[in-house]
Design a protein around this ligand. Structure first.
Ligand SMILES: NC(=O)C1=CN([C@@H]2O[C@H](COP(=O)(O)OP(=O)(O)OC[C@H]3O[C@@H](n4cnc5c(N)ncnc54)[C@H](OP(=O)(O)O)[C@@H]3O)[C@@H](O)[C@H]2O)C=CC1
Ligand SMILES: O=C([O-])CC(=O)C(=O)O
Length: 275
């Protein structure tokens, strides 16, 4: 088993730690694609995982180098730009791709490029559920006909630092919950690339980027990242609420996301789960 991963931050670290603990047998190789100034951090992460995770532990700087190490598939946990830059060449080389930065797929051209590369090589890209759940019933309900899909993301104010929310509201002075965005999943995914990947995932599996309604809330009363999905459809109405722990290293990212990526990786390799 040879795993390639793009990203060596919060999600990648969490996912790889789970694999180091839970894989039934060590990987033959793990290859991490790092930016030039991040190679040392990527190497430190791979070393920190101990000898049990993999025989070979390699940090590379380009996608062609990554592909030269013959990974079975590639997991992305690095952000929209990484999917834009590396997604199509990975799929064109016939490698399956697990996508965490689903918000990048709000760009129709990127999606068309990935679809074309996948079709030509036979490789597939799969969207990691990330911080959310309930995607199975959403996809089933879509087949029956969706009348309304609303996704609400409620996070503590500090999770919205460095986003356009800062221009819309004084995050530090907030005393009560404030809805600073109400609109389509497409615009949310584009404008909040580190916070609205879930909105894109829900849109892709459900009603699409234009018809999926999104509300983003900064709430000083919560300490969790709260995801709510409300669906009205021809086969069922449902409301799902997930109260996620924020990652200690990155309050924007729910801790669930790293576990979700590890779970997807374990799913792709039969017999890879330990007891
Ligand atoms: N689907 C979901 O539910 C969620 C999806 N996400 C997505 O996952 C992404 C990563 O989240 P998280 O791990 O918390 O973020 P972090 O900032 O903790 O880590 C991001 C990592 O990716 C690296 N990176 C960024 N750009 C590139 C690149 N072009 N090539 C190689 N490495 C790159 C960074 O390196 P460096 O340090 O050198 O910048 C860093 O190691 C988010 O940006 C978001 O798009 C996040 C949360 C939930
Ligand atoms: O991890 C989360 O809470 C969700 C998130 O950031 C995203 O959807 O991009």
């Amino acid at each position: 088993m040879r795993l390639a991963i793009i990203g060596y931050g919060t999600i990648a670290r969490q996912a790889l730690n789970v694999l180091a603990r839970d894989l039934a047998r060590p990987l033959d190789a793990i290859v991490c694609l790092a930016r030039a100034d991040g190679a040392g951090r990527a190497q430190d992460l791979l070393e920190s995982l101990g000898a049990g995770l993999a025989g070979e532990r390699l940090v590379v700087g380009t996608v062609s180098e990554l592909l030269s190490h013959r990974p079975d598939f590639v997991a992305e946990a690095a952000g929209h730009k990484a999917l834009q830059d590396y997604g199509a060449p990975i799929l064109a080389a016939g490698k399956h791709l697990l996508v965490t930065s689903a918000g990048a797929l709000a760009d129709d051209d990127l999606r068309a490029g990935l679809d074309a590369a996948a079709q030509q090589s036979g490789a597939r890209y799969r969207i990691c559920p990330g911080a959310v759940g309930g995607l199975d019933i959403l996809a089933a309900a879509k087949l029956s006909g969706l009348q309304d899909v609303l996704y609400t993301s409620r996070k503590p104010p500090k999770a919205w630092a460095g986003t356009p929310a800062e221009r819309l509201v004084d995050l530090a002075a907030l005393k009560a919950a404030h809805v600073f965005y109400e609109g389509s999943a497409g615009a949310a995914a584009r404008d909040y690339p580190q916070n609205a990947n879930v909105a894109a995932t829900i849109a892709l599996l459900g009603a699409g980027f234009a018809a999926t309604r999104v509300r983003l809330i900064a709430d000083p009363a919560v300490s969790r990242n709260v995801h709510e999905l409300s669906v009205r459809s021809s086969c069922a109405d449902f409301d799902i609420r997930i109260s996620g722990q924020p990652s200690p290293e990155n309050p924007k990212t729910s801790l669930t996301t790293g576990y979700a990526l590890a779970n997807q990786i374990l799913d792709l390799w039969p017999h890879s789960r330990g007891a």
